[in-house]
Design a protein. Sequence first.
Length: 130
Amino acid sequence: MQNLGAFVKSADWKTEKHVPAISAPESVKAGEAFDVEVSVGREIPHPNTPAHHIAWIALHYIPEGSGVSIELGRVELGAHAQSATQDEGPARTVPCAKIRVSLSKSGTLHATAYCNIHGLWTSQAAVTVS
């Protein structure tokens, strides 16, 4: 039996269109709310068609010294330019999510995104809380 971790892919989001890019401050004040944006295809656009699309984006946080991942949010992306008659319908969801959070402890943000063809992709960013 294989471990799921063996199938999670990562790369530099500047050169790979599937990697979720995290935009968040590197340091924040304890308890102060801030925005975290996760986007897929920031530098190289990801196609968003019925045949090839990002289905969802999730954001987790792991506090320093903890072995537990806390899911901060998850966004399901539903409009992939489909229509009843063609693949170029009237709406297309751009794979991006903004989640407002507050932290009381330094840790690491982990973003994951799922492409229906190329699987699960991840990235991470450290956040220092003072």
